[in-house]
Design a protein around this ligand. Sequence first.
Ligand SMILES: Nc1ncnc2c1ncn2[C@@H]1O[C@H](COP(=O)(O)OP(=O)(O)O)[C@@H](O)[C@H]1O
Ligand SMILES: [Mg+2]
Length: 354
Amino acid sequence: MAFDLDETNAAAYLSSRGLVDPDSVEKVELLGWGVSNVLVKVQTRGDCMVIKQSLARLRVTEDWFADRERIYRECACIETLSTILPTGALPEVRYQDQDNYLFVMSCAPEEGVNWKEQLLAGQVDETVAGKVGAALGAIHRETTGSSAVRERFLNDQVFIQLRIEPYHWTTAKVHPDLAQVIQREAARMLEVKTALVHGDFSPKNIIVTGQDVFLLDFEVVHYGNPVFDLAFMLNHLMLKSVHNAGIRNMYFHAARSFWQGYQEQAGLDVQTAAQRERDTIKQTGCLMLARIDGKSPAEYIVDPAVKESVRSIARDILLGDYAKLDDMMALVDGKLSRSPVSQSPVSGEAPVQG
Ligand SMILES: Nc1ncnc2c1ncn2[C@@H]1O[C@H](COP(=O)(O)OP(=O)(O)O)[C@@H](O)[C@H]1O
Ligand SMILES: [Mg+2]
């Protein structure tokens, strides 16, 4: 019989599998942010676990389906990354239940804060951004050219279902004049198979404790084009700079620091690094437009004038030739300076979702 995880049955589930003593359970909490999974945190005396179960249908307004088996790839990814990243940077898998599409993991540090929340509240720490970049650089470096990792994660169905279709293909339909370039960049994400790609490398999936980072959420992982992860993170930082335009320089500094942290770890030769930068900027243009007109719009960008600014930045990137991150940020800066809405207040109020 199908088991549908929720906060009322989580503790009993863990106890039925011998993972907790029911008398030691102190707190059970539904982690409310997931759109594609149910997550329940169970704290006991002396331990803490999160159960994650994949949903067949995502909780977004537009219909959007994805294979439930993605949850097992997430476990496999944590296993792979635990040989690359330092202890304490990842959850530990405690238990897998193949029949019920769920797994149990250790909790992030109790005092940890979601990086997206910090960034939206105007708390922008460059050192943290550098460490986030360094972690990604290490993942890409260590998995580049690995046939074992390639074989394990070659299936990119979930990446197509959760990223390429709702972001690129949907946006290309909304903007026929940009469709060709968006389709070309989407194809580049699918054809290049170089390294392990997280696929959801965004601030909301990073927990910050002091200046240490803890990575989460590996359900879109696949062997593919590392440019995607770089662009995904930079797009988040650029959109936050548009949203909190009064402190946009802080997000630009964070973006530079992220990029530098990445370069220091990624071990790329000069030519590859230059090409990666150029490709990342182009991909950032696709993702920017997708967060306005795709299936998963950024929930904190609501003002029609701000949306127009983002569309205009994305259009320039997609139709232009930007080789350096600094040039892209100068473009963002220039558009915001001309925009009448460039002084939007710092807000920590926006719901944390995308
Ligand atoms: N192991 C964990 N420890 C603490 N919090 C967690 C853990 N796993 C997930 N969370 C929290 O739940 C949120 C949603 O989890 P995530 O794995 O990102 O699922 P989804 O794929 O639905 O976004 C995360 O942003 C994080 O705040
Ligand atoms: Mg997540």
